[in-house]
Design a protein around this ligand. Structure first.
Ligand SMILES: [Zn+2]
Length: 369
């Protein structure tokens, strides 16, 4: 993810922090400094670090719940509005998705409850909302921040947890694609409402509204792609006309092919027609610069290219493309020979063709046929 910094790793999961989250922290620190000088700023910084910890624990709630169902998380990125855990996929079963989505906010509910019990008699509810006020005790502010995290994350719109909870609940009654479409529509309804409220109360809400609106469109488009992919074979979507490179080709040969064709990824195929790897444009240019034009492609190609059978369903290939972030998936016949390629770009083209065909009526979301 661009504009984010590596913080550490937890098992398979990388912890990252987005620069906008740092800006948000700076904003809070500046408010503390203005009101309480250097001492206030230090106290503010402690508060910031603690909030940061609560957001992280929230995300780890999702991560560990997902691990229970065998779903790994590549990274957790912290943003000002919370965090995003990029899981390989959501569990297919709605009941499992529901638990994974609720596990994050549940962590903040527990933290808030513990703090409120600890505060006991000295607890004043009206102070919970004043996180920028230095006169309120740290524990009360932290409890307030956790309650706000829960409320914000439970807004029933993507990419908030509430959106996933809503989708999971809907998916228990209807198909997954239909549930996503409906949940995305409801989310956009909320976004419009926030936008209108923002005009009257707080311009920040307009920014949040725009963000939710876009996220909902993205989620709906992905669900549509998944729905189409489930009913399509790899053979109907793959590229069959492409240039491949022999195993004895050099980077210079590859560079020539790059100029002659519109391809940016070149499969390297041996004498038996089997896929040995893929040379991307970036790797090609890099090795041309650093190792010279006579470098054999076999030394600089990516040998870890996933393959799918030509008779497989397209959603299998889609999973390889999106989860493993591979630029290309090889398609093989029953003799393991390379017969086609799949790229994100050509899946996009397939979707365009699919939604333009008569019978595929497109509403604001396109239609899931
Ligand atoms: Zn969450």
């Amino acid at each position: 993810m661009r504009w984010s910094l590596h913080l550490g790793s937890l098992g398979e999961t990388e912890i990252r922090i987005h620069v906008t989250f740092l800006l948000f922290l700076l904003w809070i620190a500046a408010i503390y400094y203005r009101q309480g000088g250097t001492g206030g700023a230090w106290q503010g910084t402690l508060f910031i670090v603690l909030i940061f910890l609560c957001v992280l624990l929230h995300e780890l709630g999702h991560v560990f719940a997902a691990r229970r169902y065998g779903v790994q998380t590549r990274d957790v990125t912290l943003w000002p509005f919370g965090g995003i855990a990029s899981m390989e996929h959501m569990p297919e079963k709605p009941s499992q998705e529901l638990i994974v989505a609720l596990a994050g906010p549940a962590v903040n509910v527990v933290i808030a409850a513990v703090l409120l019990i600890w505060l006991g008699a000295s607890f004043e509810p009206e102070k919970l909302a004043q996180i920028e006020n230095p006169a309120v005790s740290l524990a009360a502010k932290l409890a307030g921040a956790n309650i706000m995290l829960v409320l914000f994350n439970m807004i029933p719109a993507f990419p908030m947890d509430g959106g996933r909870v809503l989708r999971a609940l809907l998916a228990m009654r209807m198909g997954n694609a239909r549930a996503t479409e409906l949940a995305a529509n409801i989310g956009q309804g909320f976004a419009v409402m926030f936008g209108v409220l923002g005009i009257f109360y707080n311009p920040m809400l307009i920014v949040i509204a725009a963000f939710i609106f876009l996220a909902a469109s993205g989620e709906a488009a992905q669900a549509q792609l998944r729905a189409v992919a489930q009913g399509t074979l790899v053979s109907d979507a793959m590229i069959t006309q492409f240039q491949s490179l022999a195993t004895n080709a050099t980077v210079d040969d590859a560079a020539e092919a790059l100029i002659r064709t519109t391809q940016t990824e070149f499969p390297v195929v041996d004498g038996g027609g089997r896929l040995r790897g893929v040379l991307t444009r970036d790797a090609m240019i890099k090795s041309l610069k650093e190792r010279g034009p006579s470098t054999p492609v076999i030394q600089v190609m990516d040998a870890n290219v996933p393959t799918v059978s030509v008779r497989a369903k397209l959603d299998t290939a889609l999973r390889s493309l999106t989860q493993r972030r591979c630029p290309v998936v090889g398609v093989t016949d029953s003799d393991n020979r390379l017969v086609g390629l799949l790229t994100i770009e050509n899946l996009g083209e397939m979707m365009m063709v699919h939604s333009a065909r008569p019978g595929a009526v497109s509403g604001p979301w396109g239609r899931l046929s």
